[in-house]
Design a protein around this ligand. Structure first.
Ligand code: SF4
Length: 310
């Protein structure tokens, strides 16, 4: 098999790790590299690679919801999909993954199995099916909220204007790949390029910055678009609102500021490297732990807790 190169890139989630804890960033992006080649948890890289692929209850529900939306939208391109079909899909998927998680199946095949940090660390009572059923109901409720929203009706009425569903793309800033994953892109009656992000958590200030990054991607990859052609919106499915917020049109200066901010973050990311050309990090000691207490956030819920705190 051809050896993969650990190439330097930037994304909002990568930046989130840098902001949260530099040790977390190191373990996730460097310590676990090539861990897929190891065969047992005794191999430190393999162990980090397995831990890196753990999720938690909030991350898991979000991933299942996004997958359910992708499944729903792709199938809706060809036929009318009743709500109950997606409910059944969510139920089946989450029951299967819950079983994988209880068995900690991620140890054997991290890429094709789900394991929750709560099961991995044996959190008290978390193996109860009551939790599982509650999570399934929550994700189904989010889908219900979307399914009966005006937006869903508008989208289904305008299938010819759909541009992409759950697409991962890159563009470049200062010769570094910038990763973006846009949940849904379409054109509405008045907007040529409308980017939509499904949100399963609470509102955060950073949400809007992430969408601005998507707008930069759109401008960099579509010569026919100008800032005024692009609109972005977050859809907070938990809130069950029928009126989703569409952010104001971008202006060139606000997008230039986003580009400038990313450039600054890339410069900082490079200062963490010994060899920028080959993306070789400085020693682990240069990536300090954010806390020495396992029970303090963010360590409390961190995937790498057992490595840092024993
Ligand atoms: S356990 Fe704490 S110190 Fe260790 S990587 Fe996670 S957040 Fe950082």
């Amino acid at each position: 098999m051809k050896k993969l190169k650990n190439k330097l890139s930037w994304s909002s989630s990568r930046q989130g790790k840098i902001d949260n804890c530099l040790r977390l960033y190191y373990l996730h992006h460097y310590g676990s590299w090539e861990g897929w080649l190891g065969e047992s948890m005794a191999d430190p890289k393999r162990r980090l690679y397995v831990l890196k692929n753990l999720t938690n209850q909030w991350g898991w529900k979000g991933i299942v919801f996004h997958d359910a939306m992708e499944h729903f939208l792709k199938a809706s391109q060809h036929e009318v999909i009743p709500k109950n079909r997606i409910f059944a899909w969510i139920n089946k998927t989450m029951r299967k993954q819950w079983t994988q998680s209880l068995k900690k199946s991620i140890r054997n095949d991290p890429k094709n199995n789900v394991t929750l940090e709560e099961h991995w660390n044996g959190r008290n009572g978390f193996d109860s099916v009551d939790y599982r059923d509650q999570f399934i109901e929550e994700v189904q409720q989010w889908f219900h909220n979307f399914y009966f929203s005006n937006m869903c009706h508008a989208m289904l009425d305008r299938k010819a204007q759909w541009k992409s569903i759950e697409q991962m793309n890159t563009f470049m800033i200062d010769k570094v790949d910038i990763w973006v994953k846009m949940d849904f892109v379409w054109a509405s009656e008045k907007v040529p390029y409308l980017i939509v992000d499904w949100k399963t958590g609470k509102r955060k200030k950073a949400d809007k910055n992430q969408l601005a990054l998507y707008a930069l991607y759109a401008l960099d990859t579509h010569d026919d678009l100008t800032p005024k052609d692009i609109r972005v919106m977050d859809v907070y499915v938990k809130e069950g609102s029928n009126e989703y917020e569409q952010y104001p049109r971008f202006i060139t200066t606000s997008l230039s500021k986003v580009r400038f901010d990313v450039k600054k973050k890339i410069i900082h990311m490079k200062t963490l490297l010994l060899d920028v050309e080959n993306n070789v990090p400085k020693t682990i000691e240069e990536f300090p732990m954010v806390s020495t207490t396992a029970s303090a956030p963010p360590c409390r819920w961190c995937k790498f807790k057992e490595v840092c705190h024993g």
